[in-house]
Design a protein around this ligand. Structure first.
Ligand SMILES: [Zn+2]
Length: 743
C-alpha cells in the first residue's frame, strides 16, 4: 500500500463520517479527543462475583429456579447475567419478529429470575444476542440478513431454520435498540450484555454493506480478508471497527436514555482502541471461556492482563465456562475437570479478574462443577478486601500491538532442510503471537510480575510507571509511537526488543530502516532470513547477558535472522556462528568458528537502557522451549531493569505471580501451574508445590501490621530485608495469596 492510498482511505472515511465519534480512524491519535469525556463510576464497582445463566429455548419449562437462587446466595454472587432476547426472547416481548421461546407459554423466565435476584440485592445484566434471525423476519426484512458474495442469504451454520444477520444494518441499528429499550423499560435491570454483538456472519455483501462501504471508502466489499495489506481490506477493517464504535454508542445511549445508572457492555472488543472504549464503557466482562489443549496454562491470566490494560482503573471480570466450550465440538452439557476449572479461575483472579461463571443451559445435568465454583467464590468473598485493588505494582510491561497482529505479514519461510518442509499451516501468516507467547512464557518462568501496555497508550502519563517495556517483535509501530518510546527511554525507561520491531509502519508497510535504529544502535541491512538452520551464538562472558552460560562456549541461535549493520564497534557478549549444514551428519561442521557479528545490542541511551536481539529469540523459545533462550530472555529483562523486581519468589516449579496494592494492604499472588502438561495441555491433577520464599517491596512510608496466607488460612511471620518484607510460604495448592496488612 502506498502512502497515497493510505491517505486516500483516511480522507474518504473522515469525509463520510457523520459524527465526531465515527470520525477518528481505528489507530489514529485523535481518537481520544474525539471520543469525549469518560463516564463516571457507578454500581459496577460493587459486584465482585458474577454468574451467567445462559438459557436454551426449552429451559423455561425445565430449569430449577430454586437451585440457582440457592447457589447465588451460597456463593455471595453480586451480579447475574440472564438471557433476555435477540435470537430468542425469554420474556413476553412485543417487538415484532422478536421470536419468543416456544416453551415460554404464559410464563416469563427472564422477568421471574430478574425479580428474584433483585429482591436479594443482586445486580442484573440482560443478555442479548443479535447474530441470528428467524424465517418470518427474513421474509419481512430481507435487508436484515447477511448475504454471500453471490447475494444469497447466509444460512446459520448449525441451525437449519435460522439465518445469520448483517451486523451493520437494520438489525443492530434499528431493531435491537427497540428490544434493548423494551427490556430496560419493562424490567429493573442494571445493564445489557452483548453476546456476539458484532455478529457472526464474516464478510457481508448485503445492500447496506455494499453501498455504505463504497460510499465511505470508494472500494467494493473485498472478497477475502486474507491479505491484510490490500488497500480495500484495510479500509474494510477500519469501516467495520467504526461500525462497532457506533453500535456501542447507540446501544449504550439507548439504555442510559431509559435508566441513566444502567449501561451496555460488549463481551468482546477485539482490536478496538482502549482509549475510545473507555469513553463509553464502564466495565468489561471478558468472554474467553476456557482454553483448548494448545493454550498455555496462563491463558486466563493473559486475558486478565489484557482487560486490565484496556480498562485500567475500571472493573474487569473474566468469563469462564464450566462446560467444555473451548474446542470446536463444544460439549456444553458436560463439565471440565476440577483441576482445570480451578486453575483457570484462579489464574484470572491473580491477574485482576473478578470471576464470572457461565453455565450454558439453565437446566443442569452434570453438577460436578458446583463445589469447584462454590469453593472459589466463598474464598473470594471471604477475602474480598484483598481483591479490591487500587494499583498493580508490576514495573515491567509487555507492549501489545493490534497493529502488528493485524497488519504485519512476516517474510515467508522456505524449506531449507532436506529433512523437513515447513508446513504452511504451522507458520503464522500474520502477526506476532508466537513472539508474544514465547516472551510471556519466559516472564512467567522467571517469576517477573508484569502487565500489558497497549500501543495506543504509550504516552508518558501512562507508561512512566514502568521500568521496562518488552517488545516481542512489535513490528508495526507508527512514527508517533516510536517517538513516545524514544522519549520513554531518554527519561530513564528501558526496552527489550526482538526481531523486526519497528521495521514496519502501523499499516504494515515496510520501512527502509528500523524506526528505533538509534535506540537499537544498528541499522537494517535490507534482509531478513525467514528460516535459518543450525546456527549458534558464541558466548563472550562474563557479562550480565551471559549469566548461566559459564560452562558452554556456544548456545543455540534463533531460526529467523535480521541482517543489521552496527553503528559502533562495541564488542557484544553474544556473536553469530553462521548457519552450517545439518545433514548429512558427515557435513555437520563449519570452518567459520565465530564471527564478530553481534547478536545482541545493549546500550545506555539517555537515562535509559536498550536491549535489541536481531533474531526471533522469543518465538524460537515458544517453539523449542530451549533453556538457554529462557536464560537469555531473563538476563535481558534483568539487565534492563537494573535492579530488583518489586516481588521476588524463589522455590521450585512453575508459579504465575502478580503483585497488587489495595487501600491498606499489598498482596502477592502465586498460582501453581506445575503440571506434567503445564505448557500445552489441560490440568488433570493439582500437584501442591513449595516451599517458596516471597519477598515484597513495601510502598514508601508504610510498615507491616500483619501478614496471612489466604489459601492455607495460616497466620505467618516475616522479616524485613531493606525495604522488602520476606515471608516463607510452606505450600501452594492452587493459588496462595500473601496478604500483608499495612499501617
Ligand atoms: Zn451487510
Amino acid at each position: 500500500m502506498t502512502d497515497q492510498n493510505s491517505a486516500a482511505i483516511d480522507r474518504r472515511l473522515l469525509l463520510q463520517a457523520g459524527s465526531a465519534a465515527v470520525g477518528a480512524m481505528a489507530f489514529s491519535d485523535g481518537a481520544a479527543a474525539a471520543a469525549g469525556a469518560a463516564p463516571g463510576k457507578g454500581w459496577e464497582e460493587k459486584p465482585m462475583r458474577w454468574v451467567q445463566i445462559c438459557a436454551t429455548d426449552d429451559d423455561p419449562q425445565r430449569y430449577d429456579q430454586a437451585f440457582w437462587m440457592d447457589l447465588l446466595k451460597r456463593t455471595s454472587t453480586g451480579g447475574v447475567c440472564l438471557s433476555a432476547g435477540g435470537v430468542t426472547a425469554f420474556y413476553p416481548t412485543k417487538v415484532p419478529f422478536h421470536y419468543r421461546s416456544p416453551y415460554l407459554g404464559k410464563t416469563d423466565m427472564f422477568g421471574d429470575l430478574t425479580k428474584a435476584c433483585k429482591k436479594i440485592g443482586i445486580r442484573v445484566l440482560g443478555r442479548v444476542d443479535p447474530h441470528a434471525m428467524h424465517a418470518d423476519a427474513l421474509a419481512a426484512h430481507p435487508e436484515w440478513v447477511a448475504r454471500n458474495a453471490d447475494g444469497t442469504p447466509k444460512k446459520h451454520p448449525t441451525a437449519a431454520d435460522l439465518h445469520l444477520t448483517c451486523p451493520n444494518g437494520g438489525v443492530n441499528f434499528e431493531w435491537m435498540p427497540k428490544i434493548l429499550k423494551e427490556i430496560v423499560t419493562t424490567y429493573p435491570v442494571d445493564g445489557i450484555f452483548g453476546n456476539r454483538w458484532g455478529g457472526s456472519a464474516g464478510i457481508c455483501y448485503c445492500g447496506v454493506c455494499k453501498s455504505e462501504f463504497k460510499a465511505a471508502s470508494g472500494f467494493d466489499v473485498p472478497l477475502s480478508l486474507s491479505n491484510p495489506l490490500a488497500p480495500d481490506v484495510k479500509a474494510y477493517n477500519v469501516w467495520v471497527d467504526e461500525k462497532r464504535y457506533a453500535q456501542i454508542k447507540l446501544w449504550n445511549d439507548t439504555v442510559t436514555a431509559v435508566n441513566p445508572d444502567a449501561f451496555f457492555t460488549p463481551g468482546t472488543w477485539g482490536r478496538l482502541d482502549p482509549v475510545r472504549l473507555r469513553s463509553t464503557i464502564r466495565a468489561v466482562f471478558s468472554d474467553r471461556q476456557g482454553r483448548n489443549g494448545q493454550d498455555p496454562a496462563w491463558r486466563n491470566g493473559q486475558s486478565a492482563k489484557e482487560a486490565y490494560c484496556t480498562m485500567q482503573d475500571r472493573p474487569v471480570s473474566g468469563i469462564f465456562a464450566v462446560g467444555e466450550t473451548s474446542t470446536p465440538y463444544r460439549f456444553e452439557d458436560s463439565c471440565q475437570s476440577s483441576a482445570e476449572l480451578a486453575t483457570y479461575i484462579h489464574d484470572g483472579l491473580a491477574h485482576g479478574f473478578r470471576p464470572w461463571m457461565t453455565k450454558f443451559k439453565a437446566e443442569v445435568f452434570d453438577k460436578r462443577w458446583v463445589p469447584v465454583v462454590e469453593q472459589a467464590y466463598v474464598w473470594h468473598a471471604k477475602n474480598e478486601n484483598y481483591f479490591r485493588h487500587t494499583e498493580n505494582l508490576a514495573r515491567v510491561a509487555m507492549v501489545q500491538s493490534d497493529q502488528t497482529a493485524t497488519y504485519y505479514v512476516p517474510p515467508a519461510p522456505q524449506a531449507s532442510s532436506v529433512r523437513e518442509v515447513v508446513p504452511e499451516a504451522a507458520q503464522p501468516r500474520v502477526g506476532n503471537n508466537d513472539y508474544v507467547r514465547g516472551f510471556y512464557q519466559s516472564l512467567v518462568e522467571s517469576r517477573v510480575p508484569f502487565n500489558m501496555a497497549d500501543e495506543r497508550q504509550l504516552d508518558s502519563s501512562y507508561i512512566s510507571r514502568y521500568k521496562v517495556l518488552v517488545l516481542p517483535n512489535v513490528a508495526a509501530l507508527s512514527d508517533k509511537q516510536c517517538a513516545q518510546l524514544r522519549d520513554y527511554v531518554e527519561k530513564g525507561g528501558a526496552i527489550v526488543a526482538t526481531h523486526e520491531t519497528s521495521l514496519y509502519d502501523e499499516w504494515g508497510k515496510p520501512r527502509a530502516n528500523f524506526a528505533l535504529a538509534d535506540l537499537f544502535g544498528c541499522d537494517y541491512a535490507g534482509k531478513t532470513d525467514p528460516r535459518v538452520q543450525n546456527s549458534y551464538l558464541t558466548v563472550h562472558g562474563p557479562h550480565p547477558l551471559t549469566v548461566g552460560f559459564d560452562d558452554t562456549p556456544r548456545i543455540m541461535a534463533g531460526t529467523k535472522l535480521v541482517h543489521v549493520k552496527p553503528r559502533d564497534t562495541q564488542k557484544a557478549p553474544l556473536t553469530l556462528v553462521p548457519s552450517y549444514p545439518d545433514l548429512p551428519m558427515e557435513r555437520v561442521f563449519t570452518t567459520v568458528w565465530q564471527t564478530e557479528e553481534p547478536m545482541v545490542y545493549l546500550r545506555q541511551v539517555g537515562k535509559g537502557r536498550v536491549v535489541y536481539f536481531p533474531f526471533d529469540l522469543d518465538r524460537c523459545f515458544w517453539e523449542t522451549s530451549n533453556q538457554d533462550h529462557l536464560a537469555l530472555l531473563r538476563n535481558a529483562v534483568s539487565w534492563a531493569n537494573g535492579g530488583e523486581h518489586p516481588l521476588k519468589v524463589t522455590g521450585a516449579g512453575i508459579v504465575d505471580v502478580s503483585y497488587w496494592r489495595q487501600a491498606n494492604s499489598v498482596t502477592a499472588h502465586l498460582v501453581n501451574l506445575t503440571n506434567p502438561m503445564a505448557m500445552k495441555g489441560y490440568m488433570r491433577e493439582i500437584l501442591p508445590m513449595g516451599p517458596y520464599t516471597v519477598s515484597l517491596e513495601l510502598p514508601p512510608g508504610r510498615t507491616v501490621r500483619g501478614v496471612r496466607l489466604l489459601e492455607s488460612g495460616a497466620t505467618v511471620t516475616g522479616h524485613m530485608t531493606g525495604n522488602h518484607f520476606v515471608v516463607e510460604v510452606p505450600r501452594v495448592h492452587v493459588h496462595e495469596v500473601v496478604a500483608v496488612d499495612l499501617v
